[in-house]
Design a protein around this ligand. Structure first.
Ligand SMILES: Cc1cc2nc3c(=O)[nH]c(=O)nc-3n(C[C@H](O)[C@H](O)[C@H](O)COP(=O)(O)OP(=O)(O)OC[C@H]3O[C@@H](n4cnc5c(N)ncnc54)[C@H](O)[C@@H]3O)c2cc1C
Length: 379
């Protein structure tokens, strides 16, 4: 089905992104996967092409307040197989906290670097003993005059090693439950902020995912983001866009897996005919084509609503769990259609098998998405 959510500016932007990925990313991606992180220069190169900090205000270097541009960047990265390149984390997931909550003084300090690709962002919510249950975090920030003293440990933090600015979710009032959680921006050089292990993941090898430790870190009170005690509400407000980012990528990557496998099914022969001609293969591909098309239409519609500020938390949760579960199913079926080659990492579908697995876990698990939807059913 023809997509109807883009105009000519979006199409031109897609061309820019494709050229950027072909020139600056794909030739280096394998070495980044080996190193377990991307090189910093690519962030600056992306910024030079206007790909970073899209939704920041124009005066700081952004000025593209239309999520369809973010979507195009996410889609092209997913389709290209440059997995683990976390521009979407910067643009769609962490950046928005700064755009919506930072004071003018904070914006002046942080956003120009974000838009120039010099300040790489991360958000540290999860802890060794609290992931889905965000209210269970134990990292504390205690106010002493003009600063907070931050103590705690975070884990699974994307960009953990590379990040220059980390939004840390901490408890500023132990007795206040969800209202006792705040967001503090921690700079890479603050005393007492230490990186732990760069974690060895199943897939998404180019993305660094790390443990972070905070030991008596003196964070200036001027680095509090939004109001003290407002953190949980800010997370709830921003997580739908994070989930939409994941859904957008899942659908684009499902399309890519389908297209690769369709071609493979035409080229590979067995018993004297292309394997795609066997009824079972044909039906499998027909099912994938149908489900991916349905996902595409739904996610395009979600993005349309999001651009208008109308996407609900429930709709974002629906998009996240359904498209990521679909992506896993699609990739698994595509591996099967590739036979033994589907198990060889030189084939993109084998890598997709490893990269895809986490999608139903991070950004809120499938079970938590169903909790959010279920909670709103009036049961
Ligand atoms: C590659 C990767 C990158 C990540 N990046 C970041 C990041 O940048 N920043 C960050 O803060 N975090 C990040 N995370 C953490 C991620 O968000 C959490 O792993 C996720 O939210 C799940 O939390 P958990 O791992 O503690 O699992 P748990 O919460 O312990 O869940 C374990 C299982 O129990 C289920 N479960 C839990 N509660 C319920 C419930 N109420 N009902 C039904 N089932 C339930 C879960 O669905 C899951 O199946 C990342 C994780 C990974 C793997």
């Amino acid at each position: 089905m023809k997509r109807e959510i883009f105009d000519s500016e979006h199409l031109a932007f897609r061309d820019t992104v494709r050229q950027f990925l072909t020139r600056h990313v794909l030739p280096h991606h394998a070495s980044w996967e080996q190193a377990g992180m991307v090189e910093r220069w690519v962030w600056k190169a992306a910024a030079d092409q206007g790909l970073l900090g899209l939704q920041a205000e124009e005066q700081y270097g952004g000025g593209i307040d239309d999520f369809r541009f973010n979507m195009i960047l996410d889609e092209e990265i997913a389709r290209s197989g440059a997995t683990g390149l976390t521009f979407g984390l910067q643009n769609d997931i962490v950046g928005p906290y700064l755009y919506s909550l930072a004071t003018p003084e904070q914006k002046q300090r942080w956003l120009p670097g974000v838009c120039r690709g010099e300040a790489i962002l991360a958000i540290a919510m999860s802890e060794p003993n609290a992931g889905s249950d965000l209210q269970g975090i134990t990292t504390t920030a205690v106010r002493h005059g003009d600063h907070y003293v931050l103590n705690g440990a975070k884990t699974f933090i994307s960009n953990g090693m590379l990040a220059d600015l980390v939004i840390v979710v901490a408890r500023t009032d132990r007795a206040a439950g969800a209202r006792g959680i705040s967001l503090l921006v921690v700079g890479r050089d603050m005393d007492g902020f230490e990186r732990g292990r760069k974690l060895d993941k199943v897939g998404l090898k180019a993305m660094d995912t790390a443990e972070l430790f905070f030991r008596d870190v003196r964070v200036p009170a001027t680095n509090l983001l939004g109001a003290e005690g407002g953190g949980f509400g800010y997370l709830m407000a921003n997580l739908p866009q994070e989930r939409l980012n994941i859904a957008v990528s899942a659908v684009a990557a499902s399309e890519a897996a389908y297209e690769t496998t369709l071609q493979y099914s035409k080229d590979r022969t067995a018993f004297g005919q292309p394997i795609g001609r066997f009824q079972h293969s044909k039906f499998t591909l027909a099912e994938i084509a149908t489900e991916v098309q349905i996902a595409r239409v739904f996610v395009d519609r979600c993005v349309q609503l999001h651009v208008r500020g109308e996407l609900t938390e429930v709709e974002a949760a629906m998009a996240k769990w359904w498209t990521t579960e679909l992506h896993k199913k699609v990739v698994d079926a595509c591996v099967q259609l590739h036979g033994g080659y589907g198990y060889m990492l030189e084939y993109p579908i084998a890598k997709a098998y490893l990269d895809t697995r986490v999608e139903t876990i991070f950004g809120g698990t499938t079970e938590i998405m169903k909790e959010i939807i279920g909670r709103n059913l009036g049961l």
